[in-house]
Design a protein around this ligand. Structure first.
Ligand code: PEP
Ligand code: MG
Length: 574
């Protein structure tokens, strides 16, 4: 029967396929005492399952290549460590040998015991480890049951419906032509979601009813943009799907023609269009789409999904790759922005902060860890020997922070030169406008900076006091708020008068439907995900800047979202 389920769109794209449902690995088993003579055979069965699980992880590890290997390899290593942990393995053997439990039941007991220990620590870090423990236990259980696990069987042409998914698994399944993923848990900001977007794999997360209402083998229509799942779609759904697919294909074809076209409005004003990205494929896509540079390289991605920290050399190589990949176009490297919604496994970002979005994140964290900051800045400076680099500082809320970061950068540049290490002649230094206090006092930072980037994702959350990750807030978190538009207008004008280069790199810039708003308010430099460059170039090309300018005053007078939307509806004549 047709049923529509709602979640949160985490990675755009449409997919139509068979559902493969994977229930969470809760082991619902009852105790069963083995006869004494079967104990040895059961121990062998357990050892075989452990060996299979280890071999699967080794195969997974060997198949990963390039950046993905670096990103997800850490997860796999962690799973291997759990699998080899004597606490787990010896405990399992004891339960089989001395209590005469089946290996399956022993697995359940050990899982529950370790989970209780993790939970009692009341610490987010250990809760994350609990997910990893479940992934490992699930793998051993599948091997005990001699069930082909998803990784071995392959999910080609199918849509995985699961409680949650680990980044390593996502990368592997995508390689096997998995069509899409829907999860009950998860957030669009999870590392898995970020990887799905990088891989172009449609994904819906936070779909509470997914496991209860989708059966293995159901036909499923997944919309990763709107976060919608249609189970057993009917004729009208399929017709809409085929229509949208056809128009997406046609649109892609039309966009291809814009690849190396200049970015300009319909009435001929040139607009700068840069890309956000850090993975090698994203940098390559940015260059291929004719982006004017990288407007945001989020360096925290080098720190996430791993337990250790990347050293100066590893960072240098990643930054240098990006600089070389952009072939002479500027690359904006942002210093670490861990904390708040971007948790790491290295223990750098504090856990259990009462208000993480208002806590030790971004530049605050960097300044509290001078050794780490120096390694990062040195790596960035060294990369500048290979092409133009701009260093960008996130979450600045006071001039003192701008000053401290700039002084540090200058001091390190001097030291590197003294050491005879090659660095670029001029490394531009800028800050992100994300905290309203800094937006309101931009002029006070002017003498310290060469450029600014507006991070609307955070600026909007702090301006409207609305958590950017809070689903229950619904439409309250919105860029289409008069305060947001008026503040942006003020910043664009102020930067222009001060001759200060400014670009917007938040999500707002990459929504083609909001491009007329930003142009009307005065923005002339966009930075959007590499995959959105062509679409935004097209949207800019549809705009008549003269007309938008004439209508700007009316936009600034809007008092409600509905008025802003009515303005937008009239902004670009069909
Ligand atoms: C922003 O806040 O708009 C931004 C670009 O930074 P991030 O999304 O990484 O916080
Ligand atoms: Mg931000």
């Amino acid at each position: 029967m047709r049923r529509v389920l709602h979640g949160v769109g985490a990675s755009r794209g449409l997919a139509l396929g068979r559902a493969r449902v994977r229930q969470p690995q809760v082991l619902q088993l009852s105790p069963q005492t083995l006869p004494a003579e079967r104990v040895e055979a059961e121990l062998q069965r357990l050892d075989r399952a452990l060996a299979i699980a280890r071999a699967e992880l080794a195969t997974l590890r060997a198949r990963l290549q390039g950046q993905l290997a670096r990103e997800v390899g850490e997860f796999i290593d962690l799973h291997v460590l759990i699998l080899d942990d004597p606490e787990l393995v010896d405990g399992l053997r004891d339960l089989v040998r001395h209590q005469r439990h089946t290996a399956d039941y022993a697995l359940k007991l050990q899982r529950d015991r370790l989970a209780a220990v993790f939970r009692s620590m009341d610490n987010d870090y250990f809760r994350t480890r609990l997910d990893d423990l479940d992934h490992v236990i699930g793998r051993v259980h599948a091997a005990l049951q001699e069930r082909e696990d998803d990784g071995r069987l392959g999910l080609a042409g199918e849509i995985l419906v699961a409680d949650d998914i680990a980044p390593a698994e996502l990368a592997e399944l995508s390689r096997q032509q998995l069509l899409a993923v829907a999860t009950r848990a998860g957030s669009p900001l999870s590392h898995s979601a970020i990887i799905a977007r990088g891989l172009g794999l449609p994904m819906v997360v936070g779909c509470a009813e997914a496991l209860a209402h989708i059966n293995d083998g159901d036909a499923l229509l997944l919309d990763g943009r709107d976060g919608q799942l249609i189970v057993e779609p009917e004729a009208a759904d399929l017709a809409r799907y085929h229509e949208r697919q056809a128009s997406l294909v046609a649109k892609r074809g039309a966009l291809e023609r814009l690849r190396q076209a200049p970015t300009q409005t319909r009435d001929g004003t040139a607009i700068r269009l840069q890309a956000n990205g850090e993975r090698r494929e994203e940098i390559a896509a940015a260059l291929a789409a004719g982006a004017d540079g990288i407007g945001l390289f989020r360096s925290e991605f080098l720190f996430m999904g791993r337990s250790g920290l990347p050293d100066e050399e590893e960072q240098f190589l990643a930054y240098r790759d990006a600089v070389l990949g952009m072939a002479g176009r500027p690359v904006t490297l942002r210093t670490l922005d861990l904390g708040a919604d971007k948790a790491d496994d290295s223990g750098l970002a504090l856990r259990n902060e009462p208000n993480p979005a208002l806590g030790l994140r971004g530049v605050r964290l960097s300044l509290s860890r001078p050794g780490l900051l120096d390694a990062q800045l040195r790596a960035m400076l060294r990369a500048s020997a290979f092409g133009p680099v701009r260093v960008l500082v996130p979450m600045v809320s006071a001039r003192e922070e701008t000053d401290a970061m700039r002084s540090r950068l200058l001091r390190l540049a001097g030291r590197l030169r003294d050491e005879g290490v090659a660095i670029g002649d001029r490394v531009a230094f800028g800050i992100m406008l994300e905290v309203p206090a800094t937006a309101l006092t931009l002029a006070d930072h002017r003498d310290l900076i060469d450029f600014v980037a507006i991070g609307t994702n955070d600026l909007v959350q702090y301006l409207l006091a609305a958590d950017r990750t809070h689903e229950a807030l619904g439409g309250l978190y919105s860029e289409r708020h008069p305060a947001v538009l008026r503040l942006l207008h003020r910043l664009f004008s102020e930067a222009r008068s001060a001759g200060l280069p400014l670009h917007v790199c938040g999500e707002l810039a990459n929504r083609p439907e909001d491009v007329p708003l930003l142009l009307a308010l005065g923005l002339r430099d966009f930075s959007v995900p590499a995959s959105a460059v062509l679409e935004v170039r097209e949207a800019i090309g549809d705009c008549d800047l003269g007309r938008l300018r004439r209508r700007a005053a009316a936009l600034l007078r809007c008092r409600e979202r509905a008025e802003i939307e009515a303005w937008l509806a009239r902004a670009v004549p069909a």
